[in-house]
Ligand binder design. Structure first.
Ligand SMILES: [Zn+2]
Length: 441
């Protein structure tokens, strides 16, 4: 008799899909305080969405490896989906929500929202690819029309967005930022960062999804609920697709105005200088004093635009030494005395020179009252972000945002990615959105 001593399979480590919630730009509310948006539609059969309004179907996906733990996890998944919705809504001063699909005949919201699906072909002891999950849902009869799918994997898989017959955002790390990041990918939005030089990441769920919940804090990358006709390049050069997440059919129409993490008082053209051809006079801007400007002529990729933020165009200011040069956004947005405002811009130069940002406060009758100057900064070949922040003084009704080059210099700088933030979010240290490049608040 032959005795066989087999090595027992190592016990499966308990798989714990629930991961930490993001905490940038500020911590989210406790579970009990997360608002419940609810569903835009309720179906008797969640797989049959024919004729239904566009919405997201939430799926709990399980396999033989760890079994069906639906009852253990349904409530947690529903809370994470509520946090995804909260993140979108709280990112800006607009109300906008994820459109969710529910099923009838269930005991509570979580069980109405979340359906369980066994993934028969899931990989045991390894990563299950997203297409296996997508094909399983197709085989189970889930409709491709009017639906995208948020799939919470109760097995090893990965955080992936995959579109074939169905579009699925899957993650085996269950937190709202991971799911929101993959969900936004389904709208064909790519990661958001400037890669021409130093990597300047900002508080944006597409660039730092592991700890950030906010969506496009600069209003110039893929999401602008304030101007639905504004379009942004959603992927790196030379991709040409332009879109605005705020128009996605999976979201409710944005409604102004409440208090959110970020906002912007400029128009898309004032932020991005995308409307005009190279060499043209940039619409919406003016110059006084020493210098002249144009839409940046064709040149090296990294000099033409902060393109991974807001597109393919920028503004070039040719500074002349005989006087201070003041490059301004012509329009003066309305302000409220006593509120803080913060003007951001990305600047670069291939030469050598220094500038500062300036806010000039005007009365209702158009009289300049005072100005608030930022730090004088020596520009670099990198698309760094600069800013100036100040409280609107008594009597101020409007503000003008400018970039100022002190007299005595002769060089050219390039300007892009402007933003004028009303600092009333009540949460970050000064109520303004975070400066870019910050990993933590
Ligand atoms: Zn990604």
């Amino acid at each position: 008799m032959i005795s066989i001593t087999s090595t027992a399979n190592p016990a499966h480590a308990e798989f714990s899909p629930v991961t930490d919630e993001p905490f940038v730009p500020h911590t989210q509310p406790a579970d009990a305080q997360v608002p419940r948006q609810g569903c835009v539609t309720t179906l008797s059969n969640p797989a049959d969405a024919t004729g239904s309004t566009p919405a997201v179907q939430v799926v709990y996906a399980w396999s033989e490896e760890f079994g069906n733990r639906y009852e253990q996890f349904a409530d947690r998944i529903a809370t994470i989906v509520d946090r995804v919705d909260w993140s979108l809504d709280q990112s800006t001063d607009y109300d906008q929500h994820v459109r969710l699909s529910c099923r009838s005949g269930q005991a509570d919201f979580a069980r109405s929202l979340v359906v369980a699906e066994k993934i028969e072909n899931a990989v045991i002891g390894g990563d299950t690819p997203a297409h296996v999950i997508e094909q399983d849902l197709v085989a189970a009869g889930y409709d491709p029309g009017n639906r995208t799918y948020m799939v919470f994997e109760d097995f090893q898989g990965g955080a992936v967005a995959h579109c074939d017959v169905l579009c699925v955002a899957v993650t085996d790390e269950w937190d709202s930022a991971a799911m929101l990041h993959e969900f936004i990918h389904l709208f064909d939005v790519d990661h958001a960062k400037v890669t021409e030089a130093v990597l300047h990441e900002d508080a944006d769920v597409m660039s730092t999804p592991w700890h950030t919940w906010s969506v496009d804090q600069e209003f110039n990358n893929y999401y602008d609920p304030s101007e639905l006709t504004a379009l942004f390049y959603t992927s790196a050069y030379p991709h040409q697709r332009r879109a605005n997440l705020a128009t996605w059919s999976m979201l409710t129409a944005p409604v102004c105005c409440d208090v959110g993490y970020s906002n912007d008082l400029l128009t898309a053209q004032e932020r991005t200088i995308e409307a005009d051809a190279p060499y043209a006079y940039p619409a919406g801007f003016g110059v006084s004093g020493g210098g002249w400007m144009q839409v940046t002529p064709p040149g090296p990729e990294n000099a033409v635009s902060a393109r991974y933020y807001d597109g393919r165009r920028s503004l070039t200011m040719n500074v002349q030494s005989w006087a201070e040069g003041v490059l301004s956004v012509t329009r003066r947005p309305a302000v409220t005395p006593g509120l803080r405002y913060k003007f951001f811009a990305r600047l670069t130069t291939t030469g050598s020179g220094s500038v500062r940002l300036r806010l000039t406060w005007y009365s209702a009758s158009g009289v300049a009252l005072s100005s608030s100057d930022g730090t004088l900064s020596a520009l670099t070949p990198d698309w760094a972000e600069y800013n100036v922040s100040a409280v609107a003084p008594a009597g101020a009704a409007r503000v003008q945002a400018s970039v100022v080059s002190p007299a005595g210099q002769s060089f050219a700088y390039t300007l892009d990615a402007l933003q004028l933030n009303r600092c009333d979010n009540g949460r970050t240290p000064d109520g303004c959105r975070l400066d870019s490049g910050l990993a933590t608040p």
